[in-house]
Design a protein. Structure first.
Length: 198
């Protein structure tokens, strides 16, 4: 029981108390649930892999976004993790392609540009320039508004300079429905920088 609680508490967002509740739920429904959970975990382990085109997770040859012929090929939304794709998709505002970095540059954690899928992005852009693939006109950086996200954005801006690709970043600022009284200084600064004309 302690081992199960320990392993469950290692999941992101699951604290010791939640892990304990989950462990008791698994024990309580031990006729079918543990077996189904185990089978699902084993299938994920054996069937899910990285999409060779965008590096999202998939159980097919290509992920559903890369297979979709109705999506535009001239813009790529660059994200940190595969889970970010689903947040962007839920907005319904983007109909292009994706590219997953699988992290951001973080010198304190020992993560450099070589540890990310940056070279693969550069290769994709170069293939478009050489006529061997679709021409990419815009890269949209959908990275977190933190030090690591900023560092990665600056690095990408430097290496993509002169490639003829428009580089943009998602806007940061005051969320919809928020009260200005409770907005921190950095967020307010970003909101003013990213203001739009009415």
């Amino acid at each position: 029981m302690e081992k199960l609680v320990h392993e469950l508490s290692r999941l992101p967002g699951v604290g010791p108390k939640t892990a304990q509740r989950l462990a008791f739920y698994i024990l309580k429904s031990k006729e079918s649930y543990p077996e189904k959970l185990s089978e699902a975990l084993m299938r994920v382990q054996t069937e899910v892999h990285s999409c060779p085109e965008c590096f999202n997770y998939t159980d097919r040859e290509l992920c559903k976004f890369c297979e979709d012929a109705h999506r535009g090929n001239d813009s790529i939304c660059l994200v940190e993790e595969p889970s970010d794709i689903f947040r962007i998709e839920s907005s319904g505002a983007f109909r292009g392609r994706y590219h997953v970095l699988h992290g951001v540059i973080s010198p304190l954690e020992g993560i450099t540009a070589k540890d990310l899928k940056i070279q693969e992005l550069v290769n994709k852009i170069q293939k478009g320039l050489d006529g061997e693939g679709p021409e990419i006109k815009e890269i949209i950086l959908a990275l977190d508004a933190d030090l690591e996200g900023d560092t990665t954005a600056l690095y990408l801006a430097k290496i993509l300079q002169g490639k003829g690709v428009k580089l943009s970043r998602i806007a940061h600022g005051i969320p919809l429905g928020a009260d200005i009284d409770f907005v921190d200084d950095r967020t307010m600064g970003r909101a003013l920088e990213n203001r739009i004309e009415l």
